[in-house]
Design a protein around this ligand. Structure first.
Ligand SMILES: NC(=O)c1ccc[n+]([C@@H]2O[C@H](COP(=O)([O-])OP(=O)(O)OC[C@H]3O[C@@H](n4cnc5c(N)ncnc54)[C@H](OP(=O)(O)O)[C@@H]3O)[C@@H](O)[C@H]2O)c1
Length: 317
């Protein structure tokens, strides 16, 4: 086994120096790993803009963060519902107008294992719509600002990409005929990873391209399954969360914070970062094993073209 370049304990926030004058945008930062990532970044002096869908949860998160970090914490919120392309467009317009620079955009928000087929405002199956299409459009609309800032995109994926059909079901992308909560979640997280790896390819040869990294939080005790999973999944994950198989939400935030802040020469864009211990669910943060189907070029290209069509947005590099 390769040694972890960040030491036996893996990457931890102690590797971060100082983030003053840096700005990080995090989707879904009012809870779970996104909230913990915000806390770590703020504690190092960064400015954090949370891109959340819920006003009252965001107000509460800001007040909790200021209570824990101090009143000086530079944290704000722009309403962004990834289940609505028009909300994403509105949020991106506000960001482009009011936020001078973006050092990293952390695509963290997600819904998971939604028990019955449901749809976003624009008619996409909800997990693909929120997790993939919403972020695809948001990243595209913020790309020029990211580029001007020499910024990064961090995609928070999931070990779930290894489950299900391990590809994109193009002939029935909404799973009208065979809806399955977990397989559809797996497809959506694989789609997010393919977006990242395909974007890297598309930026080859561009002057000052942005960096794009893919990570996952392992198994972390957050509100993910509680919020969108079935009763059965909630009970199972609730029990598992009390065992060493599942780590804290704070530890789950380390991979995305690492990808947002660590020196580029220490990271590999074609890599995949997360906990490296048992089953890659917990343990020291470092480079994880990546299955080749995540970089299936033909599928990546087809998904990119479909995503541009479905979101009615053409990327300009
Ligand atoms: N926890 C795990 O074990 C685990 C494992 C593998 C991967 N992940 C990944 O880790 C990331 C973070 O998840 P988490 O575990 O921290 O879950 P979480 O506690 O449920 O947090 C998810 C966040 O996403 C937000 N969100 C959901 N739908 C949204 C929408 N339509 N628009 C904007 N924001 C939306 C939620 O907002 P609300 O509070 O308003 O619902 C919440 O802030 C996700 O990408 C997930 O796929 C987690």
């Amino acid at each position: 086994m390769k040694t972890n370049p960040f030491g036996k304990q893996g990457w931890t926030p102690e590797n971060i120096d100082n983030l003053e004058r840096k700005t990080f945008l995090i989707t879904g930062a009012n809870a779970g790993t996104g909230f913990e990532a915000a806390k770590i970044l703020l504690s190092k002096g960064a400015e954090v803009v949370m891109l959340n869908r819920n006003n009252s949860k965001s107000t509460k998160a800001i007040s909790d963060l200021k209570e824990q970090i101090g009143a000086h914490a530079k944290v704000s919120f722009i309403k962004t519902d990834l289940a609505s392309l028009s909300s994403v467009r509105q949020a991106a317009a506000e960001i482009n107008k009011t936020i001078p620079r973006i050092d990293a955009l952390l695509c963290n928000a997600a819904i998971a294992q939604v028990p019955k087929q449901t749809f976003t405002v624009d008619g996409f199956e909800s997990q693909l719509g929120v997790n993939h299409y919403g972020h695809f459009l948001l990243c595209g609309l913020l790309y020029q600002k990211l580029k001007a800032s020499h910024g990064r995109i961090v995609v928070v994926a999931s070990e779930g990409y290894k489950m299900g059909i391990k590809t994109i079901q193009f002939d029935d992308i909404n799973w009208d005929n065979n809806y399955h909560p977990n397989k559809v979640y797996s497809q959506s997280k694989l789609a997010q990873m393919m977006f990242a790896y395909e974007l890297q390819d598309r930026l080859k040869g561009i002057d000052n391209p942005i960096n794009i990294y893919v990570c996952h939080p392992g198994a972390s005790a957050t509100t993910l399954i509680k919020n969108s999973g079935s009763l059965r999944d909630r009970i199972i994950f609730g029990i598992m969360s009390k065992t060493p198989l599942v780590q804290s939400a704070e530890k789950g935030a380390y991979p995305e914070v690492m990808c947002a802040t660590e020196a580029a020469e220490h990271l590999n864009q074609k890599g995949y970062y997360g906990p490296t211990g048992r089953m890659q669910w917990t343990g020291p943060v470092g480079a994880c094993k990546l299955e080749p189907h995540a970089q299936d070029k033909a599928v990546m290209e087809k998904l990119w073209n479909l995503s541009e069509k479905e979101t009615n947005f053409k990327w300009i590099y």
